[in-house]
Design a protein around this ligand. Structure first.
Ligand code: HEM
Length: 79
């Protein structure tokens, strides 16, 4: 798939990042592993705002309470 400039941090043109596809796959796999193994709870009463520069990100961060999820065996859940 043609990905030039769709995600600005990888840049574009003949010297664009050669690892862009790998990095996007790695990000997807990392996110899947995080949500499988941890639960995320938003810390209340935060002012969450967005800043746009080379990338779009939160202005002051986005704080969450992260807890390890209890592992449930797929076989045990099916019984
Ligand atoms: C989120 C992850 C990544 C970001 C944001 C990123 C970003 C960039 C950027 C901005 C450039 C410079 C492009 C230019 O000069 O116009 C670059 C070059 C490069 N990146 Fe990445 N990169 C990432 C991950 C990776 C990975 C995982 C690899 C290899 C497995 C990789 C390999 C390279 C190489 C070899 C170049 C030099 C390309 C050249 O000069 O021809 N990058 N990257």
């Amino acid at each position: 798939m043609f990905t030039c400039c769709r995600f600005i941090p990888f840049s574009g043109g003949p010297r664009k990042c050669v690892g862009d596809q790998f990095a996007l796959l790695e990000a997807t796999v990392s996110l899947a592993i995080f949500v499988q193994n941890f639960s995320f709870e938003l810390i209340p009463d935060q002012t969450i705002s967005m800043t746009t520069g080379a990338t779009i990100h939160t202005t002051n961060g986005l704080y969450m309470k992260v807890k390890q999820r209890e592992k449930v065996s797929v076989l045990a859940a099916a019984l």
